[in-house]
Design a protein. Structure first.
Lengths: 684, 130
């Protein structure tokens, strides 16, 4: 039923595809997608304050235009799976290669365009209400536009250097947006932490870029993939490059051990959390790996490393989510855990599965974050201990939030189930159970590890989602005042996101026609493809475990907050989880404090006594020179200036006498002048 | 025809025009004198075009341009003269000296005597004096 309605929508797009302009198709215009929000950024920044709507309309219209083009590109990708459109302008030769400005549009990019533009559009509409009355309202919207530009550049890039540009634009926008309420120290600290932590990963990314360039003599994805597959690129460089470049994804996509910035980044406004920390920026790491996936496939050690980190991250983050009281922190840890599902998918050879999970996750996590924002807006608190019973006060938010929760918990037939199941299935094959369709470079031990943690995390996910749902919506209201439903600008985006959160999963299910399902659209041209499958034993297990988690959750929290929250009374375990496995303490004592005390003190001394000596001398010299210059200035220069002023004034008076108003006198002057010139020329 | 005839004619016409512009007091006649000068120039252009046997006919084309510009100029000029007549009831150029600063220079001198700097006093002081 739902499926047929979707296919009518897609059939309607098919009609619009013959949009032809002298032989051009939608992908020829893909470069416009990042251009619109980029222009909007400057317009909002320079003229936003003077507009009646503070520039919000500019941003919304720009991103809506991008969304339209994205949908056009996507229709092409949907109808012709495996198409690739590449265009480039060569900027400069670079070593043996060249630096280009180019775009590579294929199914992967087309999908990413749609999801980024859609979520960004909804978040901007939502923010017009959520951020209303904020003192930096215009700047906030300018930053949202610039951030979207960054993500779209990452998506469209055909080479690693251009991707790095978008990557860093996002980094700096993330810094500004997390620290939006910088008047409070924890917020600006969180912004600095996010910036520096992702920067650590970026060092790896840069090293990875240069190793791959060294090996392939090119920054372009197509060339790197081609040279890696043909064996032109030495094997050890492939391994070193992929491992290093994955480190960038670890930072950006918040994987262990660099995940600690993401939960702290919840200090930013909630729409920002929805856009950056759920749907787009954190997905860029996954996207980058997906872009280079054929290279990763050749690099067993890199895949094993990704698998181990993903297994650790997903379980650890899901465990920490159990003891959180802040609703946004629950969602943040859930995001870390779900991102690990995506990287796990990449690790076990199921890059289409990982990317599918990215898509569905963007829909339902964006929905959950925006829903949480609506709740926070209503009760003026982030803490679930001050919520409860909101079902009656915010009926619309509740209905959409429920859909998001079910999708996240992985209960069929909502989106989360299908994508998570694909990842678990790929892990199942990589672990050596059953017969895989193709050989995977991942070792079976890592495969088993990923499979085990994916299954455990499925239970934990269902449990913490149920806990969050019950504490927020069931029982009696424990906060202050009377909550009220949010405005339409906030609830409508929620309803829009409910649709993909509910039905997007069918697209990657065996129910969808094989020729057009997501795995076919996303698959690299010329790469082996296998259709989505539903293995009863795997799907049955994951559903049973998810239901188990939900049932246990309801048994404990079904009537609202119990007198003794069991997750908070587990002694050492609770303490470990609340301290986030002591990772922050480790970083603080092992890295931050030593740096601050010894290195900082040492460099201070060096700075004061060695580096400052020449500047001090120069300063004293400058003071003397300044005194001398002052004297000269007073007597010589000022005298000249005043003198010239007086001269001008005097000549002005004298010449004013000539201007007597008699036009013929002027004409006589002109004529005499011309005559004099003529005589002068003739005499020469 | 030798070049000397048209050039002498042009020179005479131009001299008449210059005399008219510099000496006539009627604005309409001043405009007409300007026209005479322009036509003197036209004669020169045509004459030299023929003398040099220019294949591109630059002189003739330039002459056409001058005629077009002259037409536009005389249109604007006559309109200005009409408006001047309406406001001043005269087209005597000698009496039209409102744009001159001779009175201004006198006023400056008066103000300087009273110890007021004109630029500092501004528009208010001017209005008082007037």
């Amino acid at each position: 039923m739902i499926e047929t309605s979707l296919s009518t929508v897609l059939a309607a797009e098919e009609v619009s595809t013959p949009f032809q302009l002298a032989g051009t198709t939608w992908p020829d215009f893909a470069w416009l997608i990042p251009v619109f929000p980029f222009v909007a950024f400057f317009v909002i920044l320079f003229f936003g304050k003077r507009m009646r709507t503070s520039g919000t309309v500019v941003g919304i219209v720009a991103i809506a235009a991008s969304l339209v083009v994205s949908l056009g590109v996507f229709s092409q990708a949907y109808l012709h799976p495996g198409f690739v459109e590449e265009k480039k302008v060569i900027l400069t030769p670079f070593g043996d290669g060249r630096l280009t400005l180019g775009m590579k549009v294929d199914g992967l990019a087309a999908l990413m365009f749609v999801i980024v533009c859609l979520v960004s559009l909804l978040v901007q509409v939502y923010s017009t209400s959520y951020m209303d009355g904020d003192s930096r309202y215009t700047f906030f919207f300018a930053m949202l536009s610039l951030f979207t530009t960054g993500m779209l550049i990452v998506t469209i890039a055909d080479n690693l250097m251009l991707m790095l540009v978008g990557w860093e634009i996002m980094g700096v926008c993330s810094y500004f947006l997390i620290g939006h309420f910088w008047e409070e120290t924890p917020n600006s600290n969180a912004a600095i932490k996010a910036f520096l932590t992702t920067r650590v990963g970026d060092v790896g990314f840069m090293i990875g870029i240069f190793i791959l360039f060294w090996g392939a003599q090119s920054f372009e994805f197509s060339t790197i993939i081609e040279r890696a597959e043909s064996g032109e690129m030495p094997r050890n460089l492939v391994v070193a490059g992929t491992v290093a470049i994955f480190f960038g994804a670890v930072g950006k996509s918040a994987q262990f051990p660099l995940h600690t910035w993401l939960p702290d980044a919840m200090a930013g406004p909630t729409p920002v959390s929805a856009l950056i920390h759920a749907a787009t920026m954190v997905a860029s790491g996954i996207y980058m790996v997906a872009r280079l996936y054929p290279v990763f496939e050749l690099s067993g050690p890199a895949l094993n490393l990704i698998g181990v980190l993903a297994a650790i991250t997903m379980t650890m983050a899901a465990l920490i989510a159990l003891v959180q009281d802040d609703i946004k922190k629950v969602l943040a840890y859930s995001t870390v855990s779900q991102l690990a599902y995506m990287t796990a998918g990449l690790a076990v050879g199921g890059y289409t599965a990982g990317f599918f999970h990215l898509l569905t996750h963007a829909a339902f996590k964006g929905l959950l974050f925006l829903g949480a924002g609506s709740v926070i807006h209503a009760v003026h608190s982030n803490n679930m201990s001050e919520m409860g019973g909101l079902r009656r006060y915010l009926p619309r938010t509740h209905a959409t939030y429920l859909v998001g929760c079910i999708a996240l918990a992985g209960i069929p037939p909502l989106a989360g189930f299908w994508s998570k199941d694909e990842v678990i299935l790929d892990a199942y094959w990589a672990a050596g159970f059953g017969h895989p369709h193709e050989d995977v470079a991942t070792s079976p031990i890592v495969g088993k590890m990923v499979f085990a943690s994916a299954v455990v995390t499925a239970v934990l996910t269902a449990f913490y989602v149920t806990r969050m749902y019950c504490l927020t919506w069931l029982g009696t209201y424990r906060g202050k005042g009377t909550p009220h439903e949010s405005s339409a600008a906030m609830t409508v985006p929620l309803m829009v996101l409910t649709v993909p959160a509910a039905v997007l999963g069918f697209w990657g299910s065996p129910l969808w026609p094989d020729a057009h399902n997501i795995k076919r659209v996303v698959a690299f041209a010329g790469q082996p493809y296998h259709a989505p499958e539903l293995l009863p034993i795997v799907a049955g297990t994951s559903v049973a475990l998810a239901v188990l988690g939900v049932v246990v959750g309801f048994a404990i929290y079904g009537k609202g907050l119990p007198r003794r929250d069991p997750t908070l009374h587990m002694g050492l375990v609770t303490k470990t989880l609340q301290r986030k496995f002591f990772l922050d303490d480790l970083y603080l004592h092992a890295i931050v404090r030593p740096t601050r005390s010894t290195i900082a003190a040492g460099s201070y001394w060096l700075n004061q006594h060695v580096f400052d000596a020449p500047p001090n001398l120069a300063g004293k010299g400058a003071v003397l020179a300044g005194r001398a210059a002052y004297a000269v200035d007073r007597n010589v220069i000022d005298g000249t200036v005043n003198g010239s002023g007086r001269t001008a004034s005097f000549t002005g008076r004298a010449l004013a006498l000539v201007q007597n108003g008699n036009v013929q006198a002027y004409a006589t002057g002109m004529f005499v002048g011309v005559l004099a010139l003529a005589v002068a020329f003739a005499a020469r | 025809m030798h070049l000397v005839y048209p050039t002498v004619l042009a020179a005479l016409l131009f001299a008449i025009g210059v005399y008219g512009v510099l000496a006539r007091r009627n604005a309409v006649l001043v405009l007409m004198s300007i026209e005479i000068m322009l036509n003197a120039v036209n004669i020169n252009l045509i004459a030299f075009n023929a003398w040099l046997q220019d294949t591109l006919l630059a002189g003739q084309i330039f002459g056409l341009f001058v005629i077009a510009v002259a037409a536009a100029e005389v249109g604007v000029g006559l309109a200005i003269v009409l408006l001047i007549y309406r406001t001043n009831e005269t087209v005597d150029i000698d009496s039209l000296t409102e744009l001159g600063d001779a009175q201004g220079a006198q006023r400056d001198a008066q103000l300087a005597q009273r110890g007021v700097d004109r630029s500092a006093a501004g528009a208010g002081a001017e209005a008082q004096v007037r």
